[in-house]
Design a protein around this ligand. Structure first.
Ligand code: SF4
Length: 320
């Protein structure tokens, strides 16, 4: 029997669940405890199949639109990505009982956009077309009050006067490096543009990108655990590629690893998007241990202590 080859594994820290995802999952779990099944969730509560399937097994019904939720006592939960204003309005009109699991850092961006609008500024949203968070943020303002841009090239196509009252906000899960370029392009064309008082890209996105950037420079390959529709996970894979990793795979689970790429690899970094549970990372490490003699270390580039309390309605319902 041939000896297994050696493999150095660097686990990026921080990785995986952020405070907004922990809170959103907690909201659903508590709602199940308090109100019983079924609990309805509009959109995937977070972009992760493992999480969604586990909740579905406990009695959660995932729906695309509110129209799929029956009127009655069963709660309807809005996902961590946030929703357009029209959604709670429709829920009120139908007398639905709703609980909002929008991440407070997304809500902060919604508020910024609303304040700019009230002050007469047109809002430029930097984000990805079709992402639910972008739909929710655009939907805080009347049609035509915000413009979405996804690249520096799109900034060049904007047709505003240089002195036009403009402000920008961003999706929370963007590439830190790409966004810097887009903001620079905006400031070059519109020097008066209002910037967010604090970064809109959230702490979790920033920390996970920084960790994988540092680790990717030390290894031959990177695995990012996360869903294809998870924006922050996609960005982690891009960061690894840009650092020159020839192998940078985004995989939802161990079953999706393309093992052919790892034959000659002797060093690997593993990270996970903000919606990917740690058990998926553990299973991947175990699968590598079956094929390699692994030596695992952790590279910590930031400490995270962020915590978001549950929505007040749930805390009160539980206390009562
Ligand atoms: S990635 Fe950031 S904005 Fe999104 S849920 Fe997590 S903490 Fe909130």
């Amino acid at each position: 029997m041939t000896a297994k080859p050696k493999l150095r594994i660097i686990l990026c820290a921080p990785r995986g669940f952020c405070a907004g995802v922990v809170r959103a999952i907690d909201v659903v779990e508590r709602a199940l405890q308090i109100y019983g099944a079924p609990v309805y969730v509009r959109h995937e509560i977070v972009h992760n199949k493992y999480v969604v399937d586990s909740l579905r097994a406990k009695g959660v019904v995932f729906i695309k639109e509110l129209s799929e939720a029956p009127a009655g006592p069963a709660p309807v939960i809005f996902s961590a990505h946030g929703v357009a204003k029209a959604v709670p309005e429709e829920a009120r009109a139908r007398n639905l009982f709703t609980i909002d699991a929008t991440c407070p850092l997304v809500t902060k961006v919604h508020r910024e956009a609303q304040v700019h609008f009230k002050r007469g500024r047109h809002v430029i949203l930097i984000g990805h077309v079709g992402h639910p968070e972008v739909i929710g943020t655009m939907g805080q303002l009347p049609t035509g009050a915000a413009t979405l841009v996804s690249s520096a090239a799109e900034v060049e196509e904007l047709r505003f006067e240089p002195q036009a009252p403009l402000a920008y906000v961003t999706q929370t899960t963007l590439s830190v490096d790409d966004t810097r370029e887009i903001v620079a392009a905006l400031k070059r064309r519109f020097p008066q543009i209002y910037a967010p008082p604090l970064e809109d890209i959230c702490y979790a996105t920033t920390n996970r990108q920084e960790a994988v950037k540092r680790a990717a420079a030390m290894v031959e390959a990177v695995i990012v655990v996360g869903a294809a529709n998870s924006s922050n996970s996609q960005r982690l894979r891009e960061v690894a590629e840009r650092e020159g990793c020839a192998v940078a795979q985004l995989v939802p689970s161990v079953d999706e690893i393309d093992w052919r790429a790892f034959g000659a690899v002797r060093s690997l970094a593993i990270t996970a998007g903000a919606s990917a549970p740690e058990i998926l990372v553990e299973r991947i490490v175990d699968a590598f241990a079956e094929r390699f003699r692994i030596a695992v270390e952790t590279l910590t580039t930031a400490d995270e202590a962020m915590f978001f309390p549950l929505p007040r309605s749930l805390r009160e319902a539980q206390a009562g």
